[in-house]
Design a protein around this ligand. Structure first.
Ligand code: PMP
Length: 285
């Protein structure tokens, strides 16, 4: 049974509640993290907490609990969920319940929430076949509007692009930045392979610094594969030998058709398969 921790108290999924006056609900005023549990261990908890506290600093949100305490609470919530060995943790910090106005000063204590549940982002067969994706007309939030480095509760930008993907019969969409460069997908970072070199957009393209992205870059470098964080255009994607997406939920998944163009052989390529295997091994070691 999924468990939910709210400000120090543990609830069953069905009993976990927050106020309808919570500014996370009313305005998307808050931040979150999505974290996986592999073989009973919380994967890269430190890195996720670092990103959470960095997001909090950017939006002037004081998390009312220290990093160590929060780490312990995450582990305790996983343990509370029976014999769970695999799963997904959603860590949410909202501004808290307030008045019907934007003013963040008029809220009570931030709500710190830890949900431990399951996740399956894509059907298993798509990891073998690869995804078909499209480029969304909705661009990624401009860094000077709502910086994509903040993992904020306001995901409407991504959801609009996701709706475009779904309407095009796809499950993911590439989002460009205001310069027309490739940024990322709606909930994943994007990589491509060209002549054996692994390329991904740099942070200044206006992307979330994905923890899976960082892990894949580290694993590739350790394996002697050349990596580049470099501005990419749609042309680079169409002309790539391989394309794959990375994310906590998605892990590593190939994309084999982009805007109707077949990528490489039309099947997940050898480096994509290799990175997926290396990632699967690494997360369970
Ligand atoms: N970009 C966006 C917009 C995301 O929502 C996610 C998922 N958190 C990612 C990239 C991948 O990040 P991570 O590898 O840390 O899950």
């Amino acid at each position: 049974m999924a468990k939910v921790w709210i400000n120090g108290k543990l609830f069953d999924k069905a009993d976990a509640r927050v106020s309808v006056y919570d500014h996370g609900f009313l305005y998307g005023d808050g931040i979150f993290e999505g974290i996986r549990v592999y073989a009973g261990k919380v994967f890269k908890l430190r890195e996720h907490l670092d990103r959470l506290y960095d997001s909090a600093r950017h939006i002037f949100l004081e998390i009312p609990i220290g990093r160590e305490q929060l780490a312990e609470a995450v582990v305790a919530t996983v343990r509370a969920d029976g014999q769970r060995k695999e799963g997904y943790i959603r860590l949410v910090v909202s501004r808290g319940a307030g008045t019907l106005g934007l003013d963040p000063r008029k809220t009570t204590e931030p709500q710190v929430i830890i949900i431990v549940d399951d996740i399956a982002l894509y059907p298993p067969e798509l990891y073998e076949q690869g995804l078909e994706i499209v480029t969304a007309s909705t661009i990624r939030n401009h860094s000077n509007a709502l910086n994509p480095r903040i993992k904020s509760l306001n995901y409407l930008n991504n959801i609009l692009a996701k709706i475009e993907a779904i309407r095009a019969g796809c499950l993911e969409a590439i989002m460009l930045n205001a310069n027309g460069e490739v940024a990322e997908c709606t909930a994943d970072n994007i990589f491509l392979v060209k002549r054996g070199v692994l390329r991904t957009p740099p942070l200044h393209a206006g992307i979330l610094e994905g923890i899976t992205r960082d892990t894949v870059l580290d694993l590739a470098r350790a394996a002697g594969i050349e990596t580049q964080e470099i501005s990419l255009t749609r042309h680079d994607v169409y002309a790539a030998d391989e394309v794959f997406l990375t994310g906590t939920g998605a892990e590593v998944i190939g994309a084999v058709k982009v805007d109707g163009r077949v990528i490489g052989t039309g099947k997940p390529g050898s480096l994509t398969r290799q990175m997926r295997e290396r990632y699967q091994q690494y997360v369970r070691q």
